[in-house]
Ligand binder design. Structure first.
Ligand code: SAH
Length: 234
């Protein structure tokens, strides 16, 4: 049998996992073996009795840097178990994570995710292992673990049979290069606010047109960058 999509996570805070990845449909899929999580404690690869993983930056300056030798050993051991996985360092200096990238990663055998702490990783280990760098946004977290959870969750929900209704994936934000249309449900009227009439009309063609127009309007207003790409390709 083909092994499940696997996320190997290298971290100094293994207790963070599975965290949110153990809940709801993603957690159920983990228990059922649709995907696998392999958490590696980087400290197990430290070479001194204090199990230290970091040291002061060469050239001076604030903070600490994670050591190339310790990370390198942890990576060697992990790569042996998952030789085909995509090797990624979560980093604010990385390429921004997109839904397109999520599809690409989700379609592969899995990922090895390096979670930084302190000032980040020694550059040499990133270059020697040709590590791909991915950012989850233009802000700075205290560590890569939450970013790793975000990436894993986005990938796992695309795996076959994880979500109840796969058609819900098709119209979603970013899938067509647009943000999604707004949603409504019961009650029909809430504190004086009504559901748009068109959605109660039963006319599926009109509803689809209305939703498309709403998607376009929201994208134009909120994300001119996405809208521009859309205009270029259409
Ligand atoms: N000194 C670094 C920030 C270190 S933050 C800089 O200025 O670029 C500590 C760790 O948090 C990083 O090593 C990285 O693994 C993680 N991290 C912080 N922000 C992130 C982001 N936007 N996306 C992904 N990982 C991030």
């Amino acid at each position: 049998m083909k092994p499940p999509w696997t996320a190997s996570v290298l971290t100094i805070l293994p207790e963070i996992f599975p965290g949110p990845l153990g809940a709801s449909l993603i957690g159920k899929a983990l228990v059922q073996g649709t995907w696998a999580l392999n958490v590696i404690d980087i400290r197990d690869f430290a070479q001194d009795k204090h199990r230290s993983v970091d040291d002061t930056p060469a050239g001076g300056g604030p903070g600490m840097v994670m050591r190339a030798d310790v990370i390198g050993s942890a990576l060697d051991a992990t790569k042996k178990k998952a030789p085909d996985a995509r090797l990624i360092y979560l980093s604010p200096r990385g390429a921004p994570l997109t839904q397109e990238k999520v599809h690409e990663l989700s379609n592969g055998p899995g990922v090895i995710l390096l979670c930084g702490r302190f000032e980040g990783l020694d550059q040499r280990v990133l270059e020697a292992h040709e590590v791909e760098e991915i950012s989850i946004g233009d802000f700075v977290l205290a560590g890569g673990e939450v970013a790793a959870c975000a990436l894993i969750e986005a990938c796992v929900r695309l795996l076959p049979d994880v979500l109840g209704d796969a058609t819900s994936l098709v119209s979603e934000s970013f899938e067509q290069g647009l943000l999604e249309y707004p949603h409504y449900t019961r009650p029909r009227e809430w504190e004086g606010h009504k559901i748009p009439d068109i959605l109660l009309s039963g006319d599926h063609k009109k509803i689809a047109e209305w939703r498309r127009a709403q998607s376009e309007k929201t994208t134009r207003e909120r994300r001119p960058d996405l809208w521009q790409k859309q205009e270029k390709t259409s």
